[in-house]
Design a protein around this ligand. Structure first.
Ligand code: SF4
Length: 482
């Protein structure tokens, strides 16, 4: 793996009188960058839940939705795009999941990674639970089921008890026969947003771009630690905060929103964690230019995610911005495909240098991140072969030295180039004239959080906001701060 993958995207609609299924599919399409392995949609209509999920992209998975998904009144629809590393890549692990629980049908879709899923799964299995999937998400359904009777079969209370057992990163959309839930973990690792349709009805999605394509208006973020419940009888949202004892296992007072969503994952047209991704990326480029200016003829991005940082970098230094690579849009995002066999080939197929743009020029290439370094090395060589006289690189975040256990699929730390080599050594290995990374403080100065503790930066500094799963704690790089 040369790049990193996100663990999924969510889009759900309730109380909307139009075609909720088609809009959820459109919303998922806008979130496709968050997972391309599988997609699914679950609806509640005429007192029954119906599920459709397939492997592949949204277009592939949604091409054969049964026609009865589009008839009758739909109280709610929830959709999911999956990038699977927890559990296998089979369709059984695709989401949403739907189960029958004490006579109730329940559906769930999840973005994130539960750090203690392995421990909870072992505990539940010892008590007799039989799991149908390998996902961490199924643990939540079992925890709810175990507590349902003691809550007087109150799904909402059973959910809250289940949430109190969870650690790590999670956003959930839950569908029940009575209402629709949206939940975000108390540290707010992953983004989740609420929007509204002018004609009535609500939409919840990982990124606000889904609202734009569905014609909905952004209302607000789902708060960290919030359970938002929208009952079908009133469609008036009810919000409550839950405290899952986060103070017991986190090492700081603030949130732990994933800064890497801003650097790389989220689409520039989205707002996440209260900030525009576009504006943040421009600011990161400007800050990078102030910290590490370079004398060159052209500033060029590595498309697409380095684009806006490169624009900010060029503007700050008053340098020409140009494209040095042309991108083949038909090979897909190479890092997100879990079938690894074709990755090396796909990297070279995806971006090709433009000789007329680079010949005899001193280039500064702006990247969003360097993970293993193999992709960057191949691209820099290609620029030199195309005639560039100098190639400098600037990276719009600090060096990635540590793993992520909160929903981003980095290679293990021993495979991260910055985990093993200094910046100077990396520059030599990549055959660069110079290399520079944005500082952590500089990166955090580009977002409008109340304090820097509101962002997780663990993959850069090893300061994990919650304990990684047991099996990773001895892993090279984990600092025991808790
Ligand atoms: S470790 Fe890095 S990628 Fe993972 S949540 Fe924290 S900032 Fe995001």
């Amino acid at each position: 793996m040369n790049r990193v993958g996100e663990y999924c995207g969510l889009c759900g609609i309730t109380g909307f009188s139009g075609d909720s299924v088609a809009l959820v599919a459109e919303g998922l399409l806008a979130l496709q960058h968050r997972g391309q392995e599988a997609a699914g949609v679950l609806i509640y209509s005429d007192g029954k839940m119906k599920l459709h999920k397939r492997k592949g992209t949204v277009s592939e998975a949604m091409s054969d939705i049964p026609s009865d998904f589009f008839t009758g009144r739909i109280e709610a629809a929830i959709g999911h795009v999956r990038y699977g590393t927890y559990g296998g890549s089979g369709v059984d692990n695709a989401q949403p999941l739907m189960v029958s629980m004490a006579g109730f049908q329940i559906g769930i879709a999840h973005n994130g990674t539960l750090s203690n899923a392995g421990l909870l799964r072992d505990e539940l299995q010892r008590q007799g639970a039989i799991f149908m999937t390998n996902t961490d998400t199924e643990v939540v359904l079992h925890l709810m089921s175990h507590n349902l009777e003691q809550t007087g079969f109150n799904i909402r209370k059973a959910l809250e008890i289940a949430l109190n057992r969870l650690q790590g990163a999670y956003c959930f959309l839950l569908m029940t026969p009575d209402g629709f839930f949206a939940v975000r973990d108390p540290l707010g690792f992953r983004p989740l947003n609420l929007g509204r349709f002018e004609e009535g009805g609500w939409i919840v999605a990982s990124e606000t771009l889904a609202f734009d394509v569905c014609g909905a208006e952004y209302m607000r973020e789902i708060n960290a630690g919030e359970i938002l419940y929208i009952p079908y009888d009133t469609f008036i949202p009810e919000s409550e905060q839950f405290n899952n004892g986060a103070h017991l296992f986190r090492n700081r007072p603030g949130l732990a929103q994933c800064i890497f969503e801003h650097v790389y994952f989220a689409r520039p047209g989205s707002r996440i964690f209260g900030d525009s991704v576009y504006t943040t990326r421009l600011a990161m480029g400007r800050q990078l230019a102030r910290e590490l200016p370079v004398e060159c003829d052209i500033v060029a991005p590595v498309p697409d995610s380095g684009m806006f940082a490169a624009i900010g970098f060029a503007r700050e230094l008053g340098l020409p911005f140009d494209m040095c690579f042309t991108r083949n849009h038909y090979v897909g995002r190479t890092f997100i495909n879990p079938e690894s066999a074709h990755r090396a080939t796909m990297v070279m197929r995806k971006l090709q240098p433009i000789p007329e743009a680079v010949k005899g020029k001193r280039l500064c290439v702006v990247e969003d991140s360097i993970v293993r370094g193999t992709t960057s090395r191949a691209r820099i060589r290609a620029l030199r072969e195309a005639g560039a006289s100098e190639v400098h690189m600037r990276v719009s975040c600090p060096p990635h030295k540590f793993g992520c256990y909160f929903g981003i699929d980095f290679p293990e730390p021993s495979k991260l180039i910055a985990g093993n080599f200094s910046v100077q050594e990396i520059a030599e290995q990549l055959e660069l004239d110079s290399l520079g990374y944005l500082s952590k403080d500089g990166m955090l100065s580009c977002v409008s959080a109340h304090n820097t503790y509101d962002y997780c930066t663990a993959c850069f500094d090893g300061e994990y906001p919650v304990k990684p799963p047991e099996q990773y704690q001895k892993h090279n790089g984990y600092k025991s701060l808790i």
